[in-house]
Design a protein around this ligand. Structure first.
Ligand code: OOG
Ligand code: MG
Length: 251
């Protein structure tokens, strides 16, 4: 199996906003190989000048697992170019979807044993966020290995105001509205029982995989609700109790 070729195919699909067939339709590959492909496809972005900024966690809630039919925790990489400020241009995407998330901004503390108590020392700030996912696969359909190879569908993130790390993020309502109408609402404890657990998992996975999460790295905890497809002229807004809101418009 040619990892480079598959990485190139997925990277080009993202660049050209053109869907491609699921890798699993033509090859057998395992999860380790899938993460290998993800890593190579990210290298292509770094070579083009994108900067790695952190990680996103996926399938941390039942709502997401059920929507996509995958029940394993996954992680992908975020780059600076994925940052969305105010506007998203539909023509740059294949079939983008949005979901409300919580973001963590890290400091440079080194954590040897990630657990609920220790990871809090590594957080400078928390914020409401919107993740935009855009599977490079036709019809947004994939196997576990497919989605991992495709950087876990990650394509964009919008961030609300950074708030102190002491801000409560547990057991609060979080939701997404489109054009002023709430489309999905959930509770942040749907994220692994407690959104801090997602950070614990992220730090553990980063360590296992040699990803160094230094000062100002960003972690997205994963959505507590299903994702929604975006269409032209949508005003997309996420909010959570005590975290304020973040929004962008679709052009
Ligand atoms: C995969 C990414 C999952 C989340 O928050 O659970 C994810 C997908 O749904 O395409 O980002
Ligand atoms: Mg997500």
């Amino acid at each position: 199996m040619n990892y480079n070729k598959i990485a190139e195919r997925l990277d080009s699909a993202a660049l050209n906003a053109e869907a491609t067939a699921q890798v699993s339709h033509s090859q057998n590959f395992n999860l380790e190989e899938a993460y290998g492909i993800q890593s190579i496809s990210l290298s292509r972005r770094y070579i083009r000048g994108e900067k790695w900024v952190g990680l996103k966690m996926g399938f941390t809630s039942k709502a997401k697992m059920e929507q996509m039919g995958i029940h394993d925790l996954i992680w992908g990489r975020l780059t600076d170019k994925m940052f969305i400020e105010n506007q998203l241009y539909l023509e740059s995407y294949i079939h983008p979807r949005a979901e409300p998330e919580i973001a963590f901004l890290l400091n440079d503390t080194v954590i040897d044993e990630p657990n609920i108590d220790t990871v809090k020392q590594k957080v400078k700030s928390v914020a409401i966020a919107i993740e935009v996912i855009d599977s490079r696969y036709e019809n947004f359909k994939f196997s576990l290995e497919d989605v991992v190879a495709d950087n876990c569908s990650s394509t964009g993130y919008a961030l609300g105001k950074w708030l102190p790390a002491s801000t409560n993020i547990q057991d609060i309502n979080i939701g997404l509205s489109i054009n002023g109408e709430v489309v999905h609402e959930g509770n942040t404890n749907a994220i692994l029982g407690n959104p801090w657990e997602s950070l614990v998992a992220a730090l553990r996975l980063a360590k296992e995989n040699g990803e160094i999460l230094g000062d100002n790295s960003i972690i997205l905890a994963g959505a507590a609700t299903p994702a929604v497809y975006l269409k032209k002229d949508d005003e997309v807004l996420a909010s959570a109790d005590g975290l304020g809101e973040v929004s962008f418009s679709v052009k």
